[in-house]
Structure formats: structure tokens, C-alpha cells
Design a protein around this ligand. Structure first.
Ligand SMILES: Cc1cc2nc3c(=O)[nH]c(=O)nc-3n(C[C@H](O)[C@H](O)[C@H](O)COP(=O)(O)OP(=O)(O)OC[C@H]3O[C@@H](n4cnc5c(N)ncnc54)[C@H](O)[C@@H]3O)c2cc1C
Length: 350
């Protein structure tokens, strides 16, 4: 089949990868440039931390996000193999930690992150276990291991998804003006396809799709030599939430604010102070880390903050990935391919 994809961010690239791996001819139309710079208007996917946290994200997304997340966690290793392991993917759990004084509020947060009893649960860690797992962390923190969670390196993964999409054609700097069943219209005119996937994120906002952007600010730090973390670490605090995610270069991403605003201007002093102070409070050696970059982007969210896959013959729209896009995208890709009528046996190949 000849497939048109509007939007070349996370969902667009994953649809291109999945469809082309199934043998379809794929055409992607992306409004932005091929290699957008930090702090420019670009896919939220480039800014994200890349955590894959089905259990931790239950607090924000409940059972629905957990179920899609668990399915995606099964699929990421397959995608990783299909991309010839060209991006960093690590599934070695994540940690939730709190200061001793905040134990009660941490327990309240953990109460919202309990999968069904038959499934792996957050497990408390003894102080010695924590020290062995993450020596960078301050001693005497309370910590819980969230099994089977992971992280990936978003910019590498975006590049790999594009590179490992055989028989795909990419048009950057090409805003889509209109998406219809079997048709994508750009300034150059209308092009017909057997099926169209609308993956424009916030760019798909319309009267029928009341999307909003939720501002997120994030920092990349280079810690002093020898100061590394191995997995995502989230601080549970009654006032501040902060996470740290490792990058293969040894850098640490510290994020992220969640502000009900579509302001894309640079990070604020308050966000700087709060995020970095909270990170420093659990990992004091970050005091001498260097701030390599900061970035801001808007998460595409629907009113219920849940994702939607909407289909009619010739058109599937996937949107509302909010703060869990990397976590949910593989499961949503399979829903979208099913909607297109691809056979289930074929999906097993992707
Ligand atoms: C600070 C921050 C941290 C995050 N951390 C995580 C995390 O740790 N884990 C996680 O799972 N998720 C995380 N996310 C969320 C994740 O990044 C998003 O859910 C995901 O990127 C949404 O994917 P999308 O493809 O729908 O939108 P996007 O990734 O935004 O892609 C949409 C694309 O469509 C293009 N487009 C828009 N309009 C048009 C048009 N008219 N024509 C052509 N192209 C168009 C855009 O240029 C863009 O490239 C984070 C987000 C932010 C901002």
C-alpha cells in the first residue's frame, strides 16, 4: 500500500518504521527541518527524557496508561532489534526515592502506582542495596525499585526510526495544510494515498480535536568524572517532582516541569532553581556538574490527558500522547496498523 504520514515526530517516525517494515511504501511530510536545533519549535519527542515507566506513570495516567505501557515495554526490544540496535535502550528498572522526612507523602504517591497483585510491584530497597545500585545518591534516602522499567535516548531513537524505514520518502520543511481520508495537501498540492496517518501532535489541533500544549522544561548536565547513574531516578516530594535520566555519554537529564501554558520561551529562573535544587538534594555531587543545555517543549494533550487512536476508512489519527509518548507509542502503533487492516501475523514482524 502507499501510505502518507503527516508529522515526522515520535508517532510519525514510528508509523513510518512499522509500516515500511511491513513492506508498504511510505511518504512522510514534516513541517520542521531535518535536524532541528535545541530550543527551536520542534517535535516534543526531541526534548523528552525518554523514560519508559509504566508503573511510575500510573500516578498520572492510571490503569489505561499502565496497560499500554506494559504492552510497549514488550515491543521496544523488537523495535530496537529491527533498528539494528542503533539507539540506546536500557531496561534495568527505575528508582523512586524520597527524603526520610517525606516518607508519608511518598507512600501516598506509591499508593497510586500499584499494578494488579499478580504483576511486578515497586520493591523497597535497603540502604546497602541502594548504595550498590546508585552510589551517586545521598545515603539514607528511602528508595523503591520499579522493575522492568527503562529508558532510551530520544534523539538517537528518532534518527534510527527514520534510517530503518525502508522504502520511505521524507519531505522536511513541508507543512501539511490539510489531512483527509486517503489525501494529504501541502503547498505543492494534494497527494493521494491508500491510507493516511495523522501524527502532527499539537499541529493537529482543530474544533474536533481540542488539543492543548503542556509546557515542559528540561536540563542536560555533565556531572564530574566518575559520577554516573544507571537508571531513571524520581524524587517523590510533596512540593517538587524531579527525575534524572542517564545518557550514554555520562550526561544526566534533569526534568521536567509540567506547566499549563503554551509558552515556548526559554526556561525560567524558578524552574531552574527548583529542578536543579531538587536534583542536588538527592545527588549532592551534581553541585559541580556543568549545565550543558536546557530545552523547552509542549506536550500534546487531550482534555482527559489520555491518548486517542481515531480511525475511519483511509485515515487514522493518533494523538494526545501527553507526557508518556515514548512509553505508549509502540502499543498505539499496533492499534493504528490494526485499524489499517494489516494482519496480526504481520505485526509480529515489527
Ligand atoms: C520536557 C518533556 C519531557 C518528556 N519526557 C518524556 C518521557 O520521559 N517519556 C515519555 O514517554 N514521554 C515523554 N515526553 C512526552 C513525549 O515527548 C510526547 O508524548 C511525544 O513526543 C508526542 O509524540 P507526537 O508524535 O504525538 O508529537 P511530536 O513528537 O511533537 O511530533 C509532532 C510532529 O508533527 C510535526 N507537525 C506539526 N504540525 C505539522 C503540520 N501541519 N505538517 C507537518 N508536520 C507537522 C511537528 O513538527 C512534529 O515534528 C516528554 C515531553 C516533554 C516536552
Amino acid at each position: 500500500m502507499k501510505i502518507g504520514i503527516a508529522g515526522g515526530g515520535l508517532m510519525g517516525r514510528l508509523m513510518a518504521h512499522g509500516s515500511s517494515q511491513l513492506g508498504h511504501e511510505v511518504h512522510v511530510f514534516e513541517a520542521g527541518p531535518e535536524a532541528p536545533a535545541v530550543m527551536t519549535e520542534r517535535a516534543a519527542a526531541f526534548t523528552s527524557a525518554g523514560m519508559l515507566s509504566p508503573i511510575a506513570e500510573m500516578e498520572a495516567g492510571g490503569e489505561a496508561v499502565y496497560a499500554l505501557g506494559i504492552e510497549s515495554m514488550r515491543r521496544w526490544p523488537q523495535i530496537h532489534r529491527a533498528c539494528n540496535q542503533a539507539f540506546d535502550l536500557c531496561i534495568n528498572g527505575s528508582l523512586m526515592v524520597c527524603h526520610p522526612a517525606d516518607r508519608a507523602s511518598a507512600e501516598r504517591i506509591l499508593a497510586h502506582t500499584r499494578p494488579k497483585s499478580s504483576e511486578p510491584q515497586p520493591t523497597p530497597l535497603a540502604a546497602q542495596e541502594l548504595e550498590v545500585l546508585e552510589p551517586l545518591l545521598k545515603p539514607r534516602l528511602h528508595a523503591w525499585m520499579l522493575p522492568n522499567e527503562g529508558h532510551l535516548f530520544p534523539s538517537q531513537a528518532l534518527e534510527a526510526l527514520r534510517r530503518y524505514s525502508p522504502n520511505s520518502h521524507w519531505e522536511f520543511n513541508t507543512p501539511v495544510l490539510e489531512v483527509e481520508a486517503g489525501c494529504i495537501r501541502t503547498e505543492r498540492g494534494a497527494m493521494n494515498f491508500d491510507w493516511v496517518f495523522d501524527c502532527r501532535g499539537l499541529g493537529a489541533r482543530s474544533a474536533l480535536l481540542p488539543l492543548r500544549g503542556v509546557r515542559g522544561e528540561i536540563f542536560t548536565l555533565m556531572p564530574p568524572a566518575g559520577c554516573v547513574i544507571q537508571r531513571p531516578i524520581r524524587l517523590m516530594h510533596p512540593r517538587w517532582r524531579v527525575y534524572m535520566v542517564p545518557r550514554p555519554s555520562g550526561e544526566v537529564v534533569v526534568g521536567a516541569t509540567e506547566i499549563e501554558s503554551e509558552d515556548r520561551s526559554p526556561t525560567s529562573v524558578q524552574s531552574n532553581l527548583e529542578l536543579l535544587s531538587a536534583a542536588f538534594s538527592i545527588a549532592p555531587s551534581l553541585a559541580e556538574a556543568r549545565i550543558v543545555s536546557s530545552d523547552v517543549n509542549l506536550r500534546p494533550a487531550l482534555p482527559d490527558n489520555l491518548p486517542q487512536v481515531m480511525s475511519r476508512p483511509g485515515l487514522t489519527a493518533i494523538n494526545g500522547l501527553f507526557r508518556h509518548g515514548w512509553l505508549l507509542a509502540p502499543a498505539l502503533m499496533h492499534q493504528a496498523l490494526e485499524a489499517m487492516g494489516a494482519k496480526r501475523e504481520e505485526h509480529a514482524l515489527v
